[in-house]
Design a protein around this ligand. Structure first.
Ligand SMILES: [Zn+2]
Ligand SMILES: [Zn+2]
Length: 235
C-alpha cells in the first residue's frame, strides 16, 4: 500500500465524516425534521452556521494537515494487512480510551484555569445550544491540544505492535461521528442505548451549564473523580 494511497483514503475519511456533519447540521438548523428529539428548547441563533464557517474551515484544514503528517510519520509503524475483527475493534477501543482520558484531563484543566477558559476554551462554549458541526468550533490551539490524545493512543500501540491502518481509519471516522453526535443536541432513540458510551445529554448539559461532564466518550472519569454535572453543585 503506497503512502499516497494512505493519505488519499485518510483525507477521504475525514472529509466524508465532516460532509455528513455539514448536511446533518443544515437539516437540524433549517428544517424541523429532528425538532422533537431536541434536548434544549432554545432556538438556534439566526445565521449561526455562516458566522461559524471560517473557524470550521480553519480547523478542518488543521485536521487535514495532522492527517497527512500522521500518515507520513507513522508510515513505518503501520500494518496494512486486513486485520481480524478483534485486532480492528481492540485497537480502536484502546485509542478511544486513551484519547478520552486525555480529553477529560485537558478539558477539565481548561475549565479550572480561568485564563485558559477565558482566552481559549470560551470560544467552544459560545455554543450554548450546540448543533452537530459545533465540535469544529474550537480555538485552533485547543483543537491541536485535542489531537495529542489521539496521537498518544497511536503511539502507545506502536510501542508494542504495529498500528493497523484499517483500525486507524476506523478510529478517525468513528471519533468524527461521535463528536458530531455529542454536539447534535438530539436524543435519537436508536443511538441513546449504545453501551458504555456517554449519551448526548452529558456533553449537551456541559455546553448549556459550562460545568461538569468533562469527558467526551465514556463516563468513567467523571464518575471516578466526581465531576458529573449536578444541578447547583457541579463538582
Ligand atoms: Zn468545556
Ligand atoms: Zn463541545
Amino acid at each position: 500500500m503506497s503512502t499516497e494511497y494512505m493519505i488519499i483514503v485518510t483525507l477521504a475519511v475525514l472529509y466524508s465524516g465532516n460532509l455528513f456533519g455539514v448536511i446533518y447540521s443544515l437539516i437540524v438548523l433549517k428544517t424541523s425534521i429532528f425538532a422533537k428529539y431536541r434536548i434544549q428548547t432554545k432556538p438556534y441563533k439566526k445565521g449561526v452556521f455562516k458566522e461559524r464557517l471560517p473557524l470550521y474551515l480553519l480547523n478542518l484544514l488543521i485536521l487535514s494537515i495532522f492527517g497527512v503528517v500522521g500518515i507520513i510519520t507513522l508510515r513505518p509503524f503501520f500494518d496494512t494487512e486486513l486485520p481480524s475483527i478483534w485486532m480492528f475493534a481492540g485497537q480502536i477501543l484502546f485509542i478511544f480510551i486513551i484519547d478520552d482520558a486525555w480529553f477529560y484531563f485537558s478539558h477539565r484543566y481548561m475549565h479550572e484555569n480561568k485564563y485558559l477558559l477565558k482566552k481559549i476554551h470560551s470560544i467552544h462554549h459560545r455554543a450554548h445550544t450546540p448543533f452537530p458541526l459545533e465540535y469544529l468550533y474550537v480555538h485552533p490551539l485547543e483543537w491541536m491540544i485535542g489531537v495529542i490524545g489521539t496521537f498518544l493512543g497511536f503511539g502507545l500501540i506502536i510501542l508494542v505492535m504495529p498500528l493497523n491502518i484499517y483500525a486507524f481509519w476506523g478510529f478517525v471516522l468513528l471519533r468524527n461521528l461521535h463528536e458530531i453526535h455529542i454536539h447534535s443536541d438530539l436524543n435519537l432513540p436508536l443511538l441513546k442505548h449504545i453501551p458504555f458510551v456517554s449519551p448526548v445529554e452529558d456533553h449537551d448539559v456541559h455546553h448549556a451549564k459550562l460545568n461538569g461532564n468533562y469527558a467526551s466518550t465514556f463516563r468513567i472519569w467523571d464518575r471516578l473523580l466526581n465531576t458529573r454535572f449536578k444541578e447547583k453543585s457541579p463538582e
